[in-house]
Design a protein around this ligand. Structure first.
Ligand code: ZN
Ligand code: ZN
Length: 394
């Protein structure tokens, strides 16, 4: 039994966990994409309101903010969940499988919303024991650039907040643990598009056309040297071509080829170097083939950086209720939680969500990704411990 400020955290979480799991299933079955998280937001708002929490809706377009105000408190911390699903199909036999074709919660944001709603309700019932005010932030559109966080921040969701925490179900290590890492934990995921232009014509007369497919293939090959030859080996960087489009028939040489992909790193300058080299390689290889190359970049979310003091507070409070794993490591995925960390100290936590005995082994965004029911009470306990055990002064 873990007691924090004379509150039995396990008993408190036991009171809400049935409805947390029911809410996760409900949201899972009715996924909403991007900023269209209207039904999901209404469920979170209603659950908080019924527990006496002050709720503001329509923040950051379709986000929700709940506040437990503690009179006389000098601090306010924020806990954040994302609400959006992915534009993909689910491949499962779960009874609560997505009911909407082309939309599915394959990143666990259904669990994030349900766990934070449960934590809010649990904390509201012990509000007289809280050492600081607590804000609950439910944001839309985590999955697609430009993200939902910036719209929430523009609508004032961080006003009066001194520290913010986020949590993601994490298929990298087993259920039962939480991962807390200082420094960069998620990458900046830039994307690129390259259009190679040639001269189309008959496939039987290659000497009178300028073939953009041969050129584009050379661009893909030449770009493989960027990470190995231009980036400091001490730095993590990935450059992946993910799309290669060109041509319409077996006997026609196409006029153009479109290449797309992503460049990711934990240091903005490293990503910038890779982008610059890609542009140089694409344009010079194209020139050598008599082709043209148009190169465009779209900047992704910034690097998600965990503040050491916010991590220390999370580690101190959460370790009372959940073992902290040493199996967590930074990943080159992107996360728009990064934007909150650019405004105030922030920490993004990883909640173990893997159990091979139940077949729960798939990575986020896999069509058979699954939230482990056993992870949800651990997430709620961690949120409750973080708020109840927070320091009274920063
Ligand atoms: Zn995702
Ligand atoms: Zn996610």
């Amino acid at each position: 039994m873990a007691t924090i400020r004379e509150v039995d955290v396990d008993a408190l979480v036991d009171e809400v966990i049935t409805e947390v799991i029911a809410l996760q299933r409900d949201i899972h079955q009715h996924p909403e994409i991007g900023f269209d998280t209207v039904r999901t937001a209404a469920l979170a708002a209603e659950a908080m309101r019924s527990a006496g929490i002050d709720v503001r809706e329509g923040i950051g377009k379709t986000g929700v903010v709940g506040d437990i105000e503690v009179p006389g408190a000098t601090r306010r911390i924020a806990l954040r969940a994302d609400m959006d699903a992915l534009p993909m199909d689910e491949d499962s036999n779960l009874p609560h499988k997505s009911s909407i074709p082309g939309a599915a919660h394959m990143c666990g944001h259904d669990a994030h919303t349900a766990m934070l709603t449960g934590a809010a309700r649990a904390l509201a019932s012990v509000r007289d024991r809280l050492p600081c005010s607590v804000r609950f932030i439910f944001q839309p559109n985590e999955e697609a650039i430009p993200g939902g966080a910036t719209a929430m921040i523009a609508d004032g969701c961080l006003e009066g907040v001194d520290r913010i925490f986020g949590m993601h179900v994490w298929p990298v290590f087993d259920t039962g643990h939480i991962g807390i890492l200082e420094g960069p934990v998620m990458a900046q995921p830039d994307v690129f598009r390259i259009v190679i232009g040639g001269v189309g014509g008959h496939a039987a007369a290659p000497h009178v056309v300028i073939d953009p497919i041969v050129c584009a293939a050379q661009v893909v090959s030449a770009a493989q040297s960027i990470v190995s030859r231009n980036i400091d080996p001490q730095e993590a960087c990935v450059l992946s071509f993910t799309q290669f489009h060109g041509g319409t028939a077996d006997n026609v040489i196409s006029e153009k080829v479109e290449l797309r992909g992503t460049i990711r790193s934990f240091v903005q300058e490293v990503g910038a170097t890779a982008c610059q080299r890609l542009e140089e390689i694409a344009t010079s290889v194209a020139k050598g083939h008599g082709c043209t190359a148009e190169v465009e970049f779209t900047e992704g979310y910034p690097v998600t950086f965990n503040d050491p003091e916010a991590c220390a507070e999370a580690r101190r409070t959460i370790s009372a209720v959940t073992p902290i794993t040493d199996e967590a490591f930074p990943v080159l995925g992107g996360e728009d939680f990064a934007y909150y960390g650019q405004v105030i100290p922030a920490a993004f936590l990883f909640l173990g969500n893997r159990d091979a005995s139940k077949g729960i082994v798939h990575y986020c965004h896999h069509p058979r990704f699954q939230v482990d029911d056993a992870a949800m009470p651990i997430g709620v306990r961690s949120w409750v411990a973080l708020a109840l055990g927070a320091a009274e002064t920063a």
